[in-house]
Design a binder for this molecule. Structure first.
Ligand code: GRF
Length: 204
């Protein structure tokens, strides 16, 4: 099976998926391509270091949303994608793409969804809000992507404690470590169900 990973930044979640595939933690799958929403992000370097085809498909390259979506769909099809993984991906996908890959797109979010998610809650802002609210715990969530933002069915969640004296950086680091764990585990969980889907598609 083939995984395409969409990225926007440092790519530590991408790295976790690369490591899990290379270590055999994730069986029967390979990363077919990495698509970045902007040029120059370190996630692209990580892909290059592991010989994975990479492309930049973002607002700069394709200002028109419809053209950007078409470019994404073409790249995903060229890579014969079975599973789309959003790994620190900061762009909202169009309904056309969600429908084309319905039930085969997963996202990692650095909070315990449904808390601190949706528009405006991404990256450091999540942890700022958690600390401002005086939460005693936070965590990360992997979920299927539907047409909302961070609203699809939850696949896996894991908690971390919020500790006295935590800053957004110390909390972010504790959550990020858990993101890496549950993203790889969620992919392991979802892959076997996809091969069934692909078979059924062939049957139709
Ligand atoms: C981080 O804020 C992470 O919590 C979220 O996306 C951001 C970048 O992750 N999932 P990565 O290092 O680019 O994977």
């Amino acid at each position: 099976l083939r995984i395409s990973v969409l990225v926007s930044g440092g790519g530590t979640n991408l790295q976790a998926v690369i490591d899990a595939v290379e270590s055999g933690q994730i069986q029967g799958a390979e990363i077919g391509c990495i698509l970045a929403s902007k040029a120059g992000v370190f996630a692209l370097k990580r892909g290059e270091q592991h010989g994975i085809p990479t492309r930049v498909i973002g607002k700069e390259q394709f200002p028109a949303t419809s053209m950007r979506t078409k470019a994404l769909l073409d790249a995903l099809e060229e890579a014969e994608t079975d599973l789309v993984v959003l790994a620190g991906y900061m762009s909202v996908l169009e309904p056309e793409l969600i429908q084309a890959y319905g039930g085969r797109i997963i996202n990692i979010h650095p909070s315990l969804i449904p808390q601190y998610c949706g528009k405006g809650f991404y990256g450091q802002r999540v942890h700022e809000a958690v600390l401002a609210a005086g939460e005693k715990e936070s965590g990360a969530t992997v979920h299927f992507v539907d047409e909302g933002v961070d609203t699809g069915p939850i696949i896996l969640q894991r908690k971390v404690p919020v500790l006295a004296g935590d800053t957004t950086d110390t909390l972010a680091a504790r959550v990020l470590a858990v993101e890496h764990q549950i993203l790889a585990e969620a992919i392991q969980q979802v892959l076997p169900t996809l091969s069934l889907k692909r078979g059924s598609l062939k049957g139709k």
